[in-house]
Unconditional design. Structure first.
Length: 333
């Protein structure tokens, strides 16, 4: 090779190195990560999809794939089995899976610092508070967590749970039963009020919400979970994922409509207005007084203990177990 040729080759290699260093994260090798939701990707999931579209996970070196869920218990089982890297699950599923099947999973970040459990009632029913529920009928699906928690809510509200007539129904039919006035109340997450009210309005009705938290029933709900093997063998992966997740939450909270536009681009079956209604309600469960005091993703030990107490009662778990054994906050930013 001539001297000129060697100089040209050296210059080319140097330029290539500079170009590679300047490439954006999405053009470099990214670590593939699977993220399992706890249910279908409706509007309350917009922060995750928007974060992916905005490149917040890529900034952390991750290529995140998001998959719909089939319930918290199913997601918890899949994460325990290594089917996914990270997942969303109600904290009750985390506690129950660890207690009943010795599932090797842990909660690594809170999402909802208090539960969105609530009852939907029609404004025309005259039911204005939990005090008005005695003697009324409430729809419920098999294994519904609202039913499991209701005795504690009833006690806190000062009503007699034994007077309630529980009407077993398929989860997909509960809204229709309520709007048709075949039941007096139905259990839903309060974040679903907007689009359920759209259906009610078509029948000339309006839905009112009775949140469980109004009775003092403030428990943790949606939580990010991971397997103990992932946390032990890939601790930096967990840190990077949570860093990207928190960027996604913070940006989506400040840009809710744009977050929903990005969400609908990826999940076109979700109507934009439904998404905006859901994310507006959902962000109140993420950003609030508890989050401001303890930090985004962190757990208040006192509220965590109360949460476990309620889950243990509802699921017949060991009341003396330490709930902090199921939590590891060390991967949070």
């Amino acid at each position: 090779m001539t001297l000129i040729a060697r100089k040209l080759r050296s210059t080319a290699l140097g330029a290539a190195t500079l170009v590679t260093a300047a490439l954006p994260a999405q053009a470099q090798d990214l670590t593939k990560v699977s993220f399992l939701l706890d249910w279908i990707p409706s509007g309350e999931m917009a922060a995750y999809y928007a974060g992916k579209a905005k490149g917040f996970f890529e900034e952390e070196g991750l290529d995140v794939s998001i998959t719909r869920g089939y319930g918290s218990a199913d997601t918890a089982a899949k994460i325990a089995a290594g089917v996914g890297d990270f997942g969303l699950a109600d904290i009750s599923a985390l506690f129950t899976a660890r207690a009943n099947t010795d599932a090797p999973i842990k909660g690594i970040s809170s999402v909802y610092t208090h539960s969105p459990h609530s009852l939907f009632v029609l404004e025309s029913s005259g039911i204005d508070s939990f005090d008005d529920l005695e003697g009324k009928s409430i729809a419920v699906s098999a294994g519904n967590s609202h039913r499991l928690y209701f005795p504690a809510v009833a006690e806190a509200a000062g009503i007699d749970d034994s007077t309630i007539n529980w009407v077993t129904a398929d989860a997909s039919a509960m809204a229709a039963l309520l709007i048709a006035k075949r039941v007096d109340a139905a259990p839903f997450y309060s974040i679903h009020e907007y689009y359920q009210n759209k259906a009610a309005a078509q029948q000339g009705e309006k839905i009112n919400v009775l949140p469980f938290v109004e009775t003092g029933f403030a428990i943790y709900a949606t939580t990010v979970i991971a397997s103990e093997e992932t946390l032990e063998t890939k601790p930096e992966l967990a840190k990077s994922f949570l860093a990207g997740l928190q960027k996604s939450f913070e940006w989506a909270n400040e840009h809710q409509e744009e977050a929903c536009e990005l969400h609908v681009e990826q999940v076109p079956e979700v109507a934009l207005d439904d998404c905006i209604g859901s994310i507006t309600a959902m962000m109140g469960f993420v950003f609030n007084d508890s989050q401001a005091e303890f930090g985004l993703g962190h757990f208040d030990p006192e509220r965590l203990a109360f949460t476990y107490e309620q889950v243990a009662k509802a699921q017949d778990l060991d009341p003396e177990a330490d709930p902090m054994a199921a939590i590891d906050e060390s991967y949070l930013p």
